[in-house]
Design a protein around this ligand. Structure first.
Ligand code: NZQ
Ligand code: ZN
Length: 380
């Protein structure tokens, strides 16, 4: 087992009607709130009206930035930070999925400085202070609600990159599974796939940690058992709650205890697909993961077999495990080949170039240009 430090300062509020205490929580930080949200799901569901009404009643002064897109972009982060700065906000309230919360993490460190937000991703600006962030999660997938990471795209530089610092943990995250009842079937499935992929990325990292391996297997088993049930009954609160909790646990540090790294090569390759073709994050992972396992089978075959046998509860070889995992992703309705997405044109060259440009690699399974070519062929 590797040495490790466990640190997670997020206060998680989980359950039905848990937003009742949101106002009291925000008050801890002040009166001026910057409300950040996405393209419109919060307005459609009525959550926006309800929140704004409640918070105004409680005397909050609200400025807002709406329109954060899925696979969020740095321009929105800069524009929202400018609004936060102008209004001298005391606290940021992010209401949405991973894209909104990730953007808000960067907004929180960008407001106190005048620099471009992208400078945090390049290391040109160091995060020294942050406006407190309170998150209301509306989609179970990324785990952003209980981790410090933020993933944002910069199309001018052709990069989709991650940033994280101890300052970018949300102070509080509110998770009411009822708020995920409106997530459509496809994004519900992508979320299930994403949480499974987070477990896999930890599994294929470095460092032997048997108890942590058992955590990983348990989280994936939960998703394999309840994911399909949820997809067959999208209005079921209990299934929504189980998947929401699993997604949080899949990337809040628990799966990393006793390891020196995860792998994250599949995420890194998947980001190129999102960057180039706006592929939803979870879908990019169900396309790349089976191909990645087939490609690196020679090196991590016994680990693949151990994973497959653990999550499906029967002895499986590496090949059988990969086939079962791929079939499971398909059964969720997720794409497992790039061709499933019907994107026209020559895709091999731009993807290869993007992988070279962004230096796609895993921390454990390093990738070269030869690997890129083979991986692309395997998932075409
Ligand atoms: O924009 P709106 O209108 O809100 O619609 C969103 C969006 O179209 C919709 N949605 C969200 N909640 C809803 C809802 N629709 C109906 N009812 C609701 N309750 O769902 C769509 C997808 O939302 P998005 O936030 O983009 O999805 P997700 O939560 O999967 O986040 C994806 C982003 O997170 C990054 C990904 O790369 C991607 O950019 N990730 C962040 C991580 C982290 N911070 O730790 C780790 C992940 O590996 C991932 O990289
Ligand atoms: Zn992910």
């Amino acid at each position: 087992m590797e040495n490790f430090i466990a640190y997670n300062p997020v206060t998680l509020h989980f359950g039905k009607d848990i937003l009742a205490t949101l106002g009291t929580t925000l008050k801890e930080y002040g009166n001026r709130v910057l409300l950040v949200y996405g393209k419109g799901s919060v307005k459609k569901s009525g959550l926006y009206d309800q929140l704004v009404q409640d918070l105004k009643k409680q005397g909050f002064d609200i400025s807002e930035y709406g329109g954060i897109k899925s696979n969020p972009v740095i321009e929105d982060v800069d524009a929202a930070a400018a609004i936060g700065r102008e209004n001298h906000v005391d606290v940021i309230l992010a209401v949405g999925g991973g894209s909104v919360i990730d953007s808000s993490k960067i907004i929180s460190v960008a407001i106190p400085v005048e620099n471009k937000a992208w400078d945090f991703f390049t290391g040109k600006t160091k995060a020294k202070t942050a406006i407190p962030l309170v998150a209301v999660l509306t989609l179970a997938a990324t785990g952003t609600e209980m981790n410090p990471f933020a993933v944002v795209s910069n199309h001018a530089l052709e990069q989709k990159s991650a940033f994280g610092s101890p300052l970018t943990f949300p102070k509080h995250s509110f998770l009411d599974p009822q708020l995920t009842l409106t997530v459509p079937r496809d994004y519900t499935a992508y979320g299930i796939a994403d949480l499974i992929a987070h477990c896999f990325e930890a599994w294929f990292g470095s460092g032997e940690a048997t108890l942590t391996d058992r955590f990983v297997i348990s989280i994936v088993k939960e998703a394999i058992e309840y994911g399909p049930k949820l997809l067959g009954d999208l209005q079921n609160y209990e299934y929504r709650a189980k998947i929401m909790f699993a997604a949080t646990m899949a990337l809040n540090g628990t799966t990393m205890y006793g390891r020196s790294s995860g792998d994250w090569g599949v995420h890194s390759a998947g980001h190129c697909l999102s960057l180039l073709y706006d592929v939803p994050h979870g879908a990019s992972l169900t396309i790349v993961y089976p191909a990645w396992m087939r490609h690196f089978k020679e090196h991590v075959g016994s680990r693949i077999a151990q994973l497959g046998s653990g999550i499906f509860n029967e002895p499986l070889t590496a090949d059988e495990s990969i086939d079962r995992i791929e079939a499971f992703f398909k059964s969720l309705g997720c794409p497992t080949r790039l061709s499933d997405l019907n994107i026209p044109g020559d895709l091999r060259t731009p993807i290869f170039e993007s992988m070279v440009h962004t230096r796609v690699s895993g921390a454990n399974m390093k990738m070269t240009e030869e690997d890129y070519g083979k991986l692309i062929e395997l998932y075409m």
